[in-house]
Design a protein around this ligand. Sequence first.
Ligand code: PEP
Ligand code: MG
Length: 586
Amino acid sequence: MKMIRIKGVGVAPGIAVGRALVINRSLDTVLKIKLPEAKVEEEVRRYRRSLAQAEKEIQQLEEKAKALFDADIASVFHAHLLMVRDDTFQRTIPEAILRQRVNAEWVVQQEVAAITGKLRSAKEAYLRERTMDLEDVAKHVLSALQSIEHPSLDALQDKAVVVSHDLAPSDIPYLHHPNIVGFAVQGGGRTSHTAIMAKAMAMPAVLSTPGLMDAVKDGQRIIVDGSQGTVILNPDGATLKEYASQKSILEERQRQRLGAIHAPDTTRDGVDFHLLANIELLDEIHSIRDMGGSGIGLYRSEFLYLSMYPHIPSEEDHFRTYSRLLKAMPDRVVTIRTFDLGGRKLAREVLHIHEDNPVLGMRGIRLCLNYPHIFRPQLKALLRASVYGNLHIMLPMVCCVDEVLRTRRLLDELSAELAAARIPHKRHIPLGVMVEVPSAAVLVDTFARFVDFFSIGTNDLIQYTLAVDRNNPKVADYYNALHPAILTLIRQVAEAGRTHDKPVTVCGEMAADPLQAAVLLGLGIRRFSMEPFNLPFLKETLRAASVRDLEPVIMKALALPDAKAVGEWLLERLSQQIPEGFLCPL
Ligand code: PEP
Ligand code: MG
């Protein structure tokens, strides 16, 4: 058999080598069977028994997910429970069985395919990803109807890599097994549940691998390189040897890095820096300290919303999550960003906001200020949770000082309500803004009078400064962090932070790229926030760097005409400052 390499999107780093465990429970294999009149009622009863069985299974999965992971992941199964209890399964399908006089499996497949067909053509990625949830629920019902169980993993002896069209959330707790070492998935995307959960489980994973399912054979050898985004089927001896040695080098280097996570956060020439974590799931808290993070630089609270969709989290939902985050790190900075909804995240579905250009529309802080029923419970819960630690509140997509002032007034009002009800809370919580809209960067000195800290969101700052959609592959070449305009804005914010004594963090992806992080250091940034698994790499990079050497190189870069010239200049001058193997292509 020939060796096959498939390029995909690496969503969780590391190398996994094992035998392919193909999970292919497809909805397509259902047959249509006409029923005699006398059998139709019995068919509906059989369907209802299966539905009850499916509901029980999903409930059990929710319990298991709660024990293994955290409320965010468990809430996915709660959403599945709501689906299995809704009209489609409870009413539409049994009525269709009676009307069409065909077997339940066929009707389930047809009804679900009709809905998923519509969802799949939705513009919004997260709506398309709801397709998977619905199919997952349908698979439970079909399995119960056909008495198909998940194959038992008890006998799994060898290391296995799970290969599938798509991994549904309900597959994940089931796949939590010591011999399962990686995921290779044909579908999925960066924002899919699969990506989020693979990261939370720290499992090497590659998604979006065209042709994978046609090419793979169950039980064949497979390599998943989550760092490079490559899947190799049936690797030959030389490739296996090469990856085995790469894997042991990576593991050894990671061991060394982890051994060094308590080394001081200081550059080679004695300049202190701070490493913080970006998290989306509560489950990731544990890895922050293990990876050497000194606090949370960005908790993207909208993930709470996304995982509870279509329900708006209540004040209690917010409070439970934030108090757990703070209690887990009472002595560390915990920066919770208020909802960054809108743009591509849910505004249309939940708030019925229709916009031609949502990325420049009702989103981030402006959406929150316009929808107090969403913002007030969040702010109130933040105030209540503040007593458990060192909470910092951060506002996304701020473009005008007025947005900060209005939020402060709202916080004061809510604080007065809490005080009247004798509910404990802190009155003075540091309030900061994301600098991700160019106006905030340009007016940073003005903002400094009204805020306690800044965090530069380079992902959006690049998008808005260069007028390049960060999700559009057609203009991906224009999306370049090293554009002199971006570097100039960052330097200006870093300087304003120093002048006004307001901490400045970078929490966009630039902070997690070794070369770009070195550039940030040269621009005056000292606080870096990123996904926990990147922390040890960055620590190594920054400890090896020298600010004294970097500064003149970066100052010269600012005067270069474009990103290409900057990239070439930096590669030539900084190669010695970046640990071998970490220079990313420009
Ligand atoms: C950013 O824009 O850089 C950022 C950190 O926010 P998000 O990626 O959530 O938009
Ligand atoms: Mg952003």
